[in-house]
Ligand binder design. Structure first.
Ligand code: URA
Length: 424
């Protein structure tokens, strides 16, 4: 087998054989296929696509590059959720303990943020003491204590994806549906969950800017999961505006705790409950209803157990940024648009996100929303609060927000529905 033959097959719009795929993914992981050869192949795949059989083969080869986790020692079904990422998307935080409180185990491997979308691990690390890196035995221990665990993926899980994702990041080849679908699903299948709910975000703050592209990605992932024996469902959900009223690590933890206490913004509660019901149905668990578990304190109890089991202090004060700046409404009327990407970029520039993998994040930085699209606002009333450790960051955040919101005299904003579609 030879890397050039594989590249030329795809360059000429051919179908890669299972042998070619197994060989190239394995040899690349072992360092026997050069980075420039894999980048040429990734570009050929981005331009010419892969069929269903090729995507399934590619996903399997990435799973086979590493270890598979096994939860068969547990006495209840496992359920997991994956979001393609968005602005203010803190749903994993209330969702994992909520689903645990309703009767399924939730072993969830999460990532850190890069660019304008936040990462679940960065959010949880704003809780003093909380530890993201766990061995599989430790994960089992947390699951038995709390019913849910959220932690970092170890290096042994789909190492081919780890290597390929870094390469795609610097070669303009992230936005390929076959490569995104196989990247996400190789990790989720290797993680060993019995069922999976995918939250595929659509809009300016998401990877997928249109409903059509999101539907194609969701369908591809549902097929991959189903073919691998994982009960998989996808929801397409809105990311044209931020989710909730808090964007930024510690700010989002605080909002998640409000949801677990039975309050919180309506959109965060609605999506959390909807995803919880989907996860329980996919896992075949008909326990307590998620809405009840948010009201009766059982989801909060599971959250506290989960945080304590990972050495975090759920009662500790969360970090706060040293400086704040209030952005006021320039006119009276209806907030007709508040663009997710603009708010995500502003939060990133305030210090909530990182530009390079090794950069630290500011836990207290971010944006608080005082109005959501559709709300009436009064000229001079607070619209947003910016939080940062240094005042020097405010100007760059304000330039990210310029043109990112509009106030109309009186109109119904055209927003995507919160849940756009369901694919199973
Ligand atoms: N998330 C992933 O894990 N992989 C991709 O390719 C894109 C988003």
């Amino acid at each position: 087998m030879d890397a050039i033959d594989v590249i030329v097959t795809k360059r000429e719009r051919g179908t890669l054989s299972r042998e070619q795929i197994d060989w190239v993914v394995g040899a690349y992981t072992r360092g026997e296929v050069a980075e420039e050869q894999m980048s040429a192949l990734a570009m050929a795949i981005l331009l010419n696509g892969m069929d269903r059989g090729e995507i399934a083969g590619w996903t399997q080869a990435m799973i086979d590059s590493g270890e598979r986790m096994d939860w068969s020692a547990l006495d209840r079904p496992t359920a997991d959720k994956h979001s393609t990422g968005g602005v203010g998307d803190k749903i994993t935080l209330p969702l994992a303990p909520l689903v645990a409180a309703c009767g399924a185990y939730v072993p969830q491997l999460s990532g850190r943020g890069l660019g304008h979308t936040g990462g679940t691990l960065d959010k949880l690390e704003s809780i003093p003491g909380w530890r993201a890196s766990l061995s599989q035995e430790e994960m089992l221990g947390v699951l038995r204590t709390a019913g849910a665990v959220v932690c970092a993926a170890g290096g042994g899980l789909a190492p081919a994806d780890r290597k390929l994702y870094s390469l795609r990041d610097v070669t303009g080849t992230v936005e390929s549906i076959p490569l995104i679908a196989s990247s996400i699903m190789s990790k989720k299948i290797a993680e060993g969950t019995g069922s999976l709910v995918l939250d595929v975000k659509v809009g300016s703050g998401a990877f997928m800017k249109t409903v059509e592209r999101a539907r194609e990605l969701a369908t591809t992932m549902v097929e991959l999961g189903t073919d691998a024996g994982v009960r998989t469902v996808a929801l397409l959900t809105a990311m044209d505006r931020p989710l909730g009223r808090a964007v930024g690590n510690a700010l989002e933890v605080a909002e998640s705790v409000e949801v677990l206490a039975g309050g919180g913004p309506a959109d965060v509660v609605e999506l959390t409950v909807r995803l919880a019901r989907e996860m329980l149905a996919a896992a075949g668990v008909s326990g307590k209803d998620p809405e009840v578990a948010l009201k009766d304190g059982s989801a909060m109890d599971a959250w506290r157990r989960m945080i304590i089991a990972q050495e975090g202090d759920p009662d500790a004060l969360l970090p706060r940024a040293a400086e704040t700046m209030v952005v006021t409404a320039p006119a009276s009327g209806v907030l007709s648009r508040l663009d997710a990407y603009a708010v995500g970029l502003a939060a990133w520039r305030l210090g909530a996100g990182r530009a390079r993998k090794e950069d630290p994040v500011s836990f207290g930085a971010g944006v608080t929303l005082h109005a959501k699209p559709g709300d009436l606002v009064r000229a001079g009333a607070p619209l947003l609060t910016l939080h940062a450790d240094e005042t020097a960051r405010f100007d760059r955040a304000l330039s990210a927000l310029a043109g990112g919101y509009e106030i109309a005299p009186a109109s119904d904003p055209t927003l995507l529905p919160l849940v756009i579609d369901r694919i199973a």
